[in-house]
Design a protein around this ligand. Structure first.
Ligand code: ADP
Length: 290
């Protein structure tokens, strides 16, 4: 049990400052403790749901499996998919619990198009879901712009979460789009005549679906741990943990990237992943000298 201690405020400046610091430390500890308690309670609740389903199908099989073989396929299917969900949730929980400093990032050149193509092949094999890849013409002409310095595994995991959401929250026969874009940005001193300027590039990965969309009021909340829009409906339809976007955003922060969502309820969602700027070999900018 957490016991709250307070120090009386004193009149002397030093003592007053010390007591204020101590009290705010206690506030911080208390709020962390509450958050941890909440986290453990949410996690247990989320894990208990698939476990209950597994338990009830297993006991059904035990009681009736012998004389009702038609129950077999349904039960095994349910047990398998709930076990997969639990495994995914446990992995995501473990990653969130281990703070990103301990993630041991391995930074290396990663080809964005290769990553996208590999994920598209996986979605095709695993879910028969088509991912259409589009590449900005400028990126196509300058393949080095398609290469980013990042952790390949973490980037892949983040892209997987966003693609998997696009798959889960849209119907099966509609293609998911993945576009690779970039926005060149000039950086240099203004005013004086400039012959060269640093050119940097923001690389964007946009994942677009034409699915159920997210109401505007929920757009920020979906990044909260365990938050799911319309809990009852999404759980039944998709399984899912409410942890995917939380983890994706944490990974983005660790990689210096950012994720935002644009969505229209009933029409679809775009997840925009912006990777850190990198100097490019774009032709240098020359100001008009006249
Ligand atoms: P999960 O998908 O496992 O529930 P996430 O954290 O990835 O968890 O997403 C949180 C919630 O945000 C989802 O439950 C869903 O309600 C909503 N959501 C996320 N991505 C999309 C999307 N592309 N289209 C519609 N809703 C989405």
């Amino acid at each position: 049990q957490f016991q709250r201690l307070t120090m009386p405020s004193a009149s002397s400046d030093e003592l007053y400052e010390m007591s204020a610091t101590f009290n705010s430390m206690m506030d911080l500890l208390e709020s962390n403790y509450d958050k941890q308690k909440q986290f453990v309670s949410n996690a247990s609740h989320e894990l208990r749901t698939p476990l209950t389903i597994i338990e009830s199908y297993a006991s059904l099989l035990k009681r009736r499996g012998m004389d009702r073989p038609e129950l077999f396929a349904e039960s095994v299917e349910a047990i398998h998919s709930e076990a997969v969900r639990m495994k995914e949730m446990t992995e995501q929980l473990l990653m969130l619990a281990r703070h990103e400093e301990q993630w041991n990032l391995t930074v290396e050149p990663v080809d964005l198009l290769e990553q996208a193509q590999q994920l598209a092949r996986e979605f095709d094999t695993a879910y028969h879901r088509r991912i259409e890849i589009r590449v900005d013409p400028q990126l196509e002409q300058q393949p080095d712009l398609l290469s980013v310095q990042t952790d390949a595994g973490k980037l892949r995991q983040m892209m997987f979460i966003l693609l998997d959401n696009a798959r889960k929250y849209s119907v099966d026969d509609i293609t998911i789009e993945l576009s690779l874009d970039h926005t060149p940005r000039q950086q240099g001193t203004s005013g004086k005549r400039q012959h060269t300027a640093a050119v940097t590039s923001n690389r964007c990965i946009k994942i677009i679906d034409y699915g159920i969309g997210i109401p505007t009021a929920e757009l920020d909340k979906v990044f909260d741990r365990f938050y799911r829009v319309d809990e009852a409906r999404v759980r039944q339809d998709t399984g899912g943990s409410g942890l995917g976007l939380t983890l994706a955003r944490r990974i983005a922060e660790a990689l210096g990237a950012s994720i935002r969502l644009e969505s229209v309820a009933g029409q679809g969602t775009s997840a925009i992943l912006t990777l850190p700027e990198a100097p490019t070999s774009m032709p240098s900018f020359s100001a008009n000298s006249n």
